[in-house]
Write a protein that binds this ligand. Structure first.
Ligand SMILES: NC(=O)c1ccc[n+]([C@@H]2O[C@H](COP(=O)([O-])OP(=O)(O)OC[C@H]3O[C@@H](n4cnc5c(N)ncnc54)[C@H](OP(=O)(O)O)[C@@H]3O)[C@@H](O)[C@H]2O)c1
Length: 327
């Protein structure tokens, strides 16, 4: 797999071409600032009465309506929540898509699952950073970048990949490196990764460990420090040295016990569940469930969020974890 870096990307391809950034949230703000610092021309597209208008203007950006920003730009970057992209595309973007314009997505979700169905007279590309906007911006200011994916769905102009690489350079990703992927692989991999492993799977694993220790009489603070608080240290070792490298850097007692009991926690049943989750994502069932919940105002989702935040593990975080987090 080729890793593209700064020397493989030509920012000049985007110089003098106006880029509309739709949204000024986590990704929108960070990408707009990084692109501008890279010498590119940016305008921000927001809905009427947007609370973000003032923030963007204070940072010196021109703010337009969603439709106006798309009409005057050659590149249009979708940095609004995935669930609203369909309606914004249909109402504000589609009518402004002249031959040869370029649509940019930070996640392949809307295009792969056909919530957004772009015409074939525009380029459609993916530039997906591997990190939240705030981290991306901080790293950019320090001369660094987060990694990311680039991809091409529609190559009308014959320059779609070069545009994706140039945009990735503009937001700092090629400082670390980007790899090319397909919209399908990014959409499936990203949803699966966050649901089954990185966010959903991990949070349940941490809670299960915490609940087990507390249930058997250990103080909650003790359970928190053992099962949650040290996570970043282990993740850091895995990122820098791989899983085998992590094992070689912990005690033999910890390594021995991990081999004996790790597979008892994540065994064949978990793998079966993972395959089922991936199948549901692939068939579009998860997308349907998500969009249906959105259309109902995310009612059940909001209830679930409240219930989650009431879990004792969050109380312990506030009591002890928060103050230790700055170590
Ligand atoms: N966040 C991440 O860490 C991350 C990482 C990689 C990729 N991505 C992808 O990047 C994209 C943007 O995600 P994000 O987390 O940056 O989004 P976000 O912070 O939730 O986006 C908020 C912005 O979207 C605007 N917005 C919300 N609803 C809207 C609507 N109905 N019409 C028009 N504008 C609306 C908001 O407008 P107001 O200002 O008016 O409220 C705000 O400016 C998504 O595709 C996501 O999957 C995100």
């Amino acid at each position: 797999m080729k890793v593209y870096r700064d020397e493989d990307a030509d920012l000049d391809l985007l110089k003098g071409k106006r880029i509309a950034i739709l949204g000024f949230g986590s990704q929108g703000k960070a990408q707009a600032l990084n692109l501008r610092d890279s010498g590119l021309e940016v305008t921000i597209g927001l809905r009427p009465q947007s609370p973000s208008r003032k923030k963007a203007e204070q940072l010196g950006f021109e703010v337009q309506s969603l439709s106006e920003s798309c009409s005057g730009a050659e590149l249009i970057s979708f940095l609004i929540p995935d669930q609203v992209q369909k309606e914004v595309y249909q109402e504000e973007v589609r009518k402004n898509l002249k031959e040869g314009k370029c649509l940019i997505f930070a996640h392949a979700f809307s295009v792969h699952f056909k919530l957004v169905e772009p015409p074939d007279h525009v380029d459609v590309i993916l530039v997906a950073p591997h990190g939240p906007g705030e981290v991306m911006r901080k790293k950019f200011q320090a001369g660094l970048g987060v990694s990311g994916f680039v991809g091409v769905y529609e190559n009308r102009t014959g320059k779609a990949l070069q545009k994706a690489l140039a945009y990735a350079k503009g937001i700092g990703l090629t400082r670390t490196g980007v790899v090319e992927t397909t919209f399908e692989h990014e959409a499936l991999g990203d949803l699966f990764g966050e649901q089954a492993v990185l966010c959903g799977g991990l949070a349940e694993l941490l809670k299960a460990g915490f609940e087990t220790l507390v249930g058997q009489g250990l103080p909650p603070e003790n359970a928190y420090l053992e099962c949650v608080h040290q996570l970043d240290l282990i993740v850091d070792l895995i990122k820098r040295f791989g899983i085998a490298g992590m094992y070689s850097r912990i005690s033999e007692l910890a390594e021995f016990g991990s081999y004996v009991n790790g597979p008892r926690i994540i065994g064949e049943r978990t793998r079966m569940a993972m395959r089922a989750i991936l199948e549901e994502i692939r068939r579009g069932e998860f997308t349907e469930q998500f969009m249906k919940s959105y259309r109902k105002g995310f009612e059940a989702f909001k209830e679930k969020r409240q219930k989650e935040s009431a879990h004792p593990i969050n109380q312990v975080f506030r009591n002890i974890g928060e103050s230790f987090a700055s170590e």
